[in-house]
Design a protein around this ligand. Structure first.
Ligand code: FES
Length: 650
């Protein structure tokens, strides 16, 4: 990837950009705030910049910003411009939103690092279900049977004594081996105690070995089609990947609502059918897009939270939500495709990750394996932010974990203008501390439709930094901004007026939204603090914080510290791993070494139950403040806030 120097005037700061970066995205991530109220759609015309010199590609519908004067003066819209080389750009006064920030000479662009995950091409495949090529001789005398010929040939070539046979493998065995011309391919499942013969095919099919890895999320299900053959040269391991909303979302946003639905007549079947339907449809698409044959999918590895794993297998999850929170199982059995209605060859094994407790499930175990933290030195904190927040603190030979019920706020749930991280969701917000005018950037650069979780964190941090929100989470009534108003008795701040939005309605952040987010962030922080205290270390002893989860990489760690969601640690210690659970499932599909490691990790984790935990409740209450009631935990944030808003802070 080529990198170029972009010099911004009049502040005269030079940043390094990657080729092809959108100029508005780049400027905002560098801390340079430019007016933008249509989310980067190109319609408001407020992100005007002057190209002094350099190579910027303009991809807008209109040339420059439209007017003849703009064309003559090389005025471009930042949201429609892409970096192709070094450039010098002037920010006209009318496009500057945060003059304070512009005056701050930030020397380096702080980028959230992407956590290095293990490259799949370094792994030698050793899957739990595999194919072997076998030479076979048909029975030549009376008293012998076809199955004995096959088993005898396998034992002779692979030297394995204990082999059991699935009925399905027998059903077409006689004609299969007679069509085979002496060569058959057998599919075997290594159960750890014996080998199971699942399938027999004529000829050599060993080049066609595939598996599916699944992340069964409460909101989204992600699937990957993986080539598990041994390759002479580096080739793509992941053939296709895609995700879709879990069809269960029409039965509730969170696991508790889903469990409650299973109590209704036919509820368990409805939820089981819904997750299986989504899985089948994802698999159909993966297979269709790759052009492989369905019968060459040899097994599935699925990672889900404890409730999702129960529902996927069609098992009653009722007691997960009733004290003492007892799941039906922690180590799920291996099932077959026909057991649960998966549209693959009926004997196809389906492996689910082991869970740790009712609220720390196989997705977290998979995430730890996927991140490699089980093998890492030092003290590391793994945070998965989703519908629920799960935290794992890992030390040299110990792991503590906990689940915090953060509520759906981080996924846009329970927020007046909240939405999931989809096109049109506001993901970045900047607010001028003098005029209180906001700049917004949306996913897909289209007109704003709502605010997603990362946008909410960004927006609330900006509202706090500009003095719109007080430390108690209430909106400051004394600022005299027309964007602060009362609707039906609730105070709110208008992020976008209806004329600039996709829906035509105003997009606001209300005091009720603030309350929901305060609870969510307080639960996450309190959970981290309790684990750190239980382990006997201090927050400063944490070497690395890995943020997992679908929207994790959109969170600005500094903004998350401003609101007290993450502990105050140098931003260099934070990295984002994306869907660690899916990566863990992929590793386990490729090699049984990782599957065995997942079992070890699940056994190694000590679950700290936070419900009814006094220390957690105390920490939760202490964290219901911005950033926290204990300012000594956030010294730099407090300094920044004092510099930013001075006496507006109380
Ligand atoms: Fe660029 Fe609106 S025209 S943000």
């Amino acid at each position: 990837m080529k990198r170029f120097k972009i010099r911004f005037l009049p502040i005269d700061i030079v940043y390094t950009a990657e080729e092809g970066e959108n100029l508005l995205d780049f400027a905002m991530s560098a801390g340079i705030n430019i007016n933008a109220s249509c989310g980067g759609f190109g319609t408001c015309g407020r992100c005007r910049l002057k190209l002094i010199e350099g190579n910027i590609e303009y991809r807008g519908q209109r040339e420059s910003s439209g007017s003849e004067t703009d064309k003559k003066e090389d005025i471009i819209l930042a949201c429609q411009s892409y970096i192709k080389g070094d450039a010098i750009i002037e920010i006209p006064i009318e496009s500057q939103i945060d003059k304070e920030a512009l005056r701050e000479k930030i020397k380096t662009k702080v980028l959230s690092a992407r956590y290095d995950i293990l490259s799949l091409n370094t792994i030698k495949p050793n899957p739990i279900v595999f194919k072997k090529l076998i030479n076979i001789k048909l029975a030549t005398c009376e008293g012998m049977d076809d199955l004995s010929s096959v088993i005898g040939a396998i034992k002779k070539e692979i030297h394995k004594k204990d082999i059991k046979v699935r009925l399905h493998a027998l059903q077409t065995l006689p004609s299969t081996i007679r069509d085979a011309n002496g060569v058959i391919t057998v599919t075997l499942f290594d159960t750890g105690h014996y080998w199971e013969l699942i399938k027999i095919e004529s000829g050599d099919t060993t080049k066609r070995q595939y598996a599916i890895a699944l992340d069964l999320g409460t909101t989204t299900i992600c699937g990957r089609l993986i080539d598990i053959t041994e390759k002479e040269k580096d080739g793509p391991r992941i053939l296709e990947e895609l995700s879709d909303y879990n069809a269960q979302i029409s039965y509730g946003d969170d696991v508790i609502t889903r469990i409650m639905h299973t109590k209704k007549k036919g509820g368990l079947k409805r939820l089981h059918d819904a997750v299986v339907k989504t899985t089948n449809s994802i698999m159909e698409e993966l297979i269709g897009a790759s052009g492989i044959k369905k019968e060459d999918i040899m097994f599935i590895v699925a990672a889900g939270n404890t409730t999702m794993t129960h529902l996927f297998l069609g098992v009653e999850p009722t007691y997960i939500m009733i004290e003492p929170y007892t799941p039906c199982f922690l180590s799920p059995p291996v099932v077959r495709a026909y057991d649960i209605g998966i549209n693959l060859s009926c004997e196809t094994p389906i492996f689910s990750f082991p869970c740790v407790s009712s609220y720390v499930g196989g997705d977290i175990v998979s995430g730890i394996v996927g991140s490699g933290l089980n093998k890492k030195d030092g003290v590391n904190l793994f945070i998965d932010i989703g519908t629920n927040g799960e935290i794992v603190l890992t030390g040299p030979d110990w792991m503590l974990c906990a689940s915090c019920s953060a509520g759906p706020a981080f996924e846009g749930g329970g927020i007046k203008c909240g939405m999931r991280a989809a096109k049109g969701a506001i993901e970045q917000i900047r607010i001028d501390p003098v005029t209180f005018e906001p700049t917004v950037l949306t996913i897909g650069h289209i007109k704003p439709a709502g605010i997603c979780g990362s946008g909410l964190i960004d927006g609330i941090a900006e509202m706090f930094l500009s003095g719109i929100i007080l430390q108690n989470g209430k909106i400051n009534r004394d600022l005299g901004s027309k964007r602060i108003r009362q609707t039906e008795g609730v105070y709110e701040y208008v992020i976008c007026y209806g004329k600039d939005t996709l829906t035509g309605k105003d997009i606001v952040i209300t005091e009720s939204d603030l309350d929901n987010l305060m609870r969510a962030k307080a639960a996450m922080f309190a959970g981290c603090k309790v684990l750190v205290d239980v382990s006997g270390i201090g927050l400063d002893d944490i070497d690395k914080i890995i943020i997992a989860g679908g929207f994790g990489h959109f969170i600005d760690p500094f903004k998350a510290q401003i609101i007290g969601l993450f502990p105050e640690l140098p931003v260099e210690k934070f990295s984002f791993i994306g869907n660690a659970s899916l990566h863990g499932a992929t590793l386990c599909a490729l090699s049984k070494t990782y599957a065995q490691e997942a079992q070890r990790v699940a056994q190694m984790m000590t679950n700290i139950e936070l419900s009814n935990n006094k220390a957690f409740m105390d920490e939760f209450i202490a964290a219901m403040f911005l950033p926290h009631t204990n300012e000594r935990l956030f010294p730099n944030v407090i300094k920044k806030i004092k510099n930013s808003i001075g006496d507006k802070s109380v």
